[in-house]
Design a protein around this ligand. Structure first.
Ligand code: G3I
Length: 473
């Protein structure tokens, strides 16, 4: 659990020098940009976020939904919800095999009635864990964890947009390793992968997230530890779809590297989400910087503040939220609304026009003849928006014999990092970027073509042309 209240502020002021405000990159005027003050500026947080295809949610407590101002503020302003405590293990399976979902169902039903996205929080966490779990043997713990994941996800199946499958499994400080917990100590490092694979087997439609705090600063060991885990998971096909950055900040707000962190994680091929945002004393600038960091990364799909009102914040005394104890909008609220509505809002690509195939084509290409393979590659920008663009490259077999493999190489414009590539394996050759065929599209008959694509979401505009070279390799 993150340090609370004043200790958080002290900790961050100890650890971090004054945060320089993120220089907002002025987005190019390509794509959908809605400007503050224009007729289409939204007047609620959820609607403003939705204008860029995102959500803006809040954590809620079922026992406050009966309070009219609480419910009215939440239902009006937000378009996503996370149950603050009602889906945790101590609330849903207080004793082994006995499940209760009443409070969680109340939150889910209210959210569904208001067309909100629902984040499930959380399936595997060392905190708020009933005592009976911690005392189990390793094999018993494994089956109890699998059953918990299965029963809880099955109960909510079809209603959950994203699950925090595992929460806060990495240690604070400089180790970059997993923290000690009953799961880690008895099941070892593999418990996280196992939890994700189990979750995927129950509901492959929900986004499966790893969620943690103090992973917002790029150079922190904990951030790097989580990054390396996600990179490993993606390389081995472990079903992980997103990373939740809790974003519990002291009064200085996010670290200056926050946007870099979000962008680097997104480049691994996962969504990034700000899942528990609150900032000590709610400085307007700090909230603005936080929202802009998300809006500058196409795969930052949404933001959740950890509570509706200061009145019930877990950080009592820090007044970290957007509404005060009397449900008045604070300066931070206006700052967030303007940041969501203002220029620089990016429209995340819904899906690449040539959607990356989930499985290789069923009919394997014919066996090619053996000699004279040649190829050319042509570049086309197929989609562009304020935060970036999408490229499609066509590889043509121009020789007298089919290709059995190919590699395209080019000099990628400086600072325009490729965030994801499909239908090819990305690599480098010296200073060049390369794209090599996959197992299912290396063979191309004479005169035939194949294609691959990639996304760049660092906010630049695409080059009008790109010199590609294609070799038979
Ligand atoms: O439900 C009991 C109630 O029966 C009892 O009368 C009352 C008084 O003892 O306690 C109630 O449980 C409290 C629970 O919230 C539900 O209100 C716990 O004492 C209290 O510790 C618990 O605090 C929650 C905390 O997680 C626990 O770790 C906070 O509300 C919640 O905001 C906070 O949220 C976590 C995220 O899940 C994960 N990330 C960090 C974040 C802040 O710690």
């Amino acid at each position: 659990m993150p340090p609370t209240g004043g200790s958080l502020a002290r900790r961050r002021s100890r650890v971090r020098t004054a945060v320089t405000a993120l220089t907002a990159t002025v987005a190019a005027t390509i794509g959908l940009v809605s400007l503050a003050g224009t007729a289409n500026a939204a007047n609620t947080l959820g609607a403003a976020a939705a204008s860029s295809g995102r959500y803006f949610g809040a954590a809620v407590a079922a026992n406050h939904l009966g309070e009219s101002q609480y419910a009215a503020t939440f239902d009006t302003e937000f378009n996503a919800v996370t149950p603050e405590n009602e889906m945790k293990w101590d609330a849903t399976e207080r004793s082994r095999g006995s499940f209760s979902f009443g409070a969680a169902d109340q939150i889910v039903s209210n959210a569904q009635a208001h067309g909100m996205k629902i984040r499930g929080h959380t399936l595997v966490w060392h905190n708020q864990l009933p005592g009976w779990v911690s005392n189990l043997s390793a094999s018993d713990l494994q089956s109890a964890m699998d059953n918990h994941i299965t029963q809880v996800m099955t109960h909510f199946k079809g209603k959950i947009y994203a699950w925090d499958v595992v929460n806060e499994a990495f240690a604070d400080g400089g180790s970059g390793q997993h923290r000690s917990s009953p799961f880690q100590d008895k099941l070892g490092n593999g418990f996280i992968e196992h939890a994700f694979r189990t979750a995927h087997s129950v509901d492959s439609n929900a986004k499966l997230c790893y969620n943690d705090y103090n992973i917002e600063n790029w150079t922190d060991a904990k951030t790097q530890g989580v990054y390396n885990m996600v990179k490993d998971f993606k390389s081995r096909g472990v079903p992980i779809d997103c990373v939740g950055f809790q974003s519990h900040f002291g009064s200085s707000g996010p670290p200056s590297s926050f946007q870099t962190t979000l962008s680097n994680f997104a480049a691994l091929g996962v969504d990034v989400q700000l899942t528990e945002l609150d900032i000590a004393q709610a400085p307007a600038t700090a909230y603005t910087n936080t929202v802009k960091a998300c809006l500058s990364v196409a795969r930052c799909t949404g933001i959740t503040v950890w509570g509706v009102t200061d009145k019930y914040s877990w950080r009592s005394g820090d007044n970290p939220l957007l509404f005060d104890g009397s449900y008045n909008k604070k300066a931070a609220y206006t700052a967030v609304l303007n940041a969501l509505n203002a220029g620089g809002v990016t429209t995340p690509p819904t899906t690449p026009s040539t959607s990356p195939p989930t499985t290789p084509p069923t009919t394997p290409p014919t066996t090619p003849p053996t000699s004279g393979p040649l190829c050319t590659a042509s570049y086309a920008v197929t989609n562009s928006w304020a935060g970036g663009y999408q490229v499609d490259v066509t590889v043509k077999s121009t020789g007298t014999a089919a290709l059995s493999a190919w590699t395209v190489s080019w000099s990628q414009p400086t600072g325009q990092t490729i965030s994801q590539m499909w239908n090819a394996v990305q690599g480098t050759s010296g200073a060049l970027t390369t794209a090599h065929n996959t197992s299912y599209n290396g063979s191309v008959a004479p005169g035939a073509t194949t294609s691959f694509g990639y996304l760049v979401d660092t906010g630049q505009t695409p080059p009008s042309a790109l010199q590609l070279s294609c070799t038979f390799t």
